[in-house]
Design a protein around this ligand. Structure first.
Ligand SMILES: *Cc1c(COP(=O)(O)O)cnc(C)c1O
Length: 360
């Protein structure tokens, strides 16, 4: 690893907390940030001193490569507090591995695992009052890394900045969404960057998602770029289908992001004896199941909403309603995940990670 990991963190504490200025009952997702942030620069072929300082703007140069060539990847994680003020994260090892996989795909140097965990533990302990108790209160954590070389030559940057910022959010009931199946646009392609959490993947989705919104659909179900016949992801989430009592989801590939929520749901389903098929699912199969009544549920899976039910899908200009049975898989998996995340239930899989002053 390109860092001297024995280096000590430099910590500059905020003089005064902004906590009391925040209206926690009316939080807009990702608009308010905690008192501190983490920052570490890659210079001269190595990650330099890891630093925690008060959340503040950074100075940028207009020539930074990230602005011109989009060399940037990120992660999305959450921290939860239980009734005894203990702080937990959910499978953070998965995010740590994934940000480095994403980085490799974008020719960005990997960040040391030890520092990733030390940064998160230290930040979360420092800003622990920002994680509020109670189901629905959560702290969203955004690690990200981007190219900072001031040069517009189209080649990988020689310098980078790794940062972590954190935002308190409230998970409101979002409401079930209507989706449209993509028949023209794509979010990823074979051999592309779809499996990386690359910033540009999101930029590329905004325009087709806006077009869908004009037609009254909140999300797009992405299909394979070549044939538009295989169902791959729902917006920025992995997607599950329930046909009769079988749970179906596409295998991960270089077009599909390997989501932590997705793989956890597969494990939960197998643990409960629910039949799971990880295989390609076609649009035609979905339409046929909607027509003959065997399609029971569609839901997205991702850290932001955990599980997001879909109430209808559109294909070839026809809307198909999806009416989940009372015993909904989406509701069941959401509850099981939340209970593990908030330390309200045993954790047979060892997914919960306790945050402490020195858990790294
Ligand atoms: C982040 C993301 C997901 C969900 O991954 P989780 O690890 O479950 O949060 C799914 N698809 C895409 C495209 C993503 O960017």
């Amino acid at each position: 690893m390109n860092a001297d990991i024995s280096k000590k963190f430099v910590i500059e504490k905020a003089q005064k907390s902004r906590f009391h200025e925040v209206d926690f009952e009316n939080l807009l997702f990702g608009k308010v940030f905690t008192d501190h942030m983490f920052e570490c620069d890659f210079v001269d072929g190595a990650w330099q001193t890891p630093t925690i300082r008060p959340y503040q703007p950074i100075m940028v140069e207009p020539s930074w490569k990230v602005f011109h060539y989009g060399q940037a990847v990120f992660e999305g994680m959450k921290a939860y507090k239980d009734e005894n003020d203990q702080i937990f994260m959910f499978r953070p090892d998965q995010n740590q591995e994934r940000i480095n996989k994403s980085a490799v795909r974008l020719a960005i140097p990997e960040f040391p695992k030890e520092w990733f965990f030390e940064a998160l533990n230290r930040l979360l302990v420092l800003d622990q009052q920002w994680i509020r108790k109670g189901l629905g209160n959560v702290l969203y954590i955004r690690p990200f890394v981007f190219a900072t070389e001031p040069a517009i030559l189209a080649a990988p940057s020689t310098t980078y900045k790794f940062m972590v910022i954190m935002s308190p959010v409230k998970s409101y009931f979002r409401g079930d969404v209507s989706v449209v199946i993509a028949q023209h646009y794509s979010r990823s392609a074979d051999g592309g960057v779809g499996a990386a959490k690359a910033a540009g993947n999101y930029a590329g989705q905004f325009f087709p998602t806006n077009l869908a919104a004009k037609e009254g659909y909140q999300q797009v179900i992405w299909t394979d770029a070549n044939t538009h016949t295989y169902l791959e992801e729902a917006g920025t989430m992995n997607v599950f289908f329930r046909i009769n009592d079988t749970l179906l989801t596409a295998p991960v590939s270089d077009r599909i992001l390997d989501g932590v929520t997705r793989k956890s749901i597969i494990d939960l389903a197998e643990n409960e004896g629910i039949p799971v098929e990880v295989r390609k699912v076609t649009v035609h199969e979905l339409v046929a199941a909607a027509k003959d009544g065997s399609l029971k549920e569609i839901f997205g899976a991702g850290t932001a909403v955990t599980v997001g039910p879909v109430k209808s899908f559109a294909y070839d200009g026809v809307d198909y309603p999806v009416i989940p049975p009372a015993e909904s898989y989406a509701a069941r998996f959401k509850e099981r995940l939340l209970n593990i995340q908030y330390n309200l239930a045993p954790d047979p899989f060892g997914w919960r990670y306790q945050v402490t002053e020195n858990n790294y």
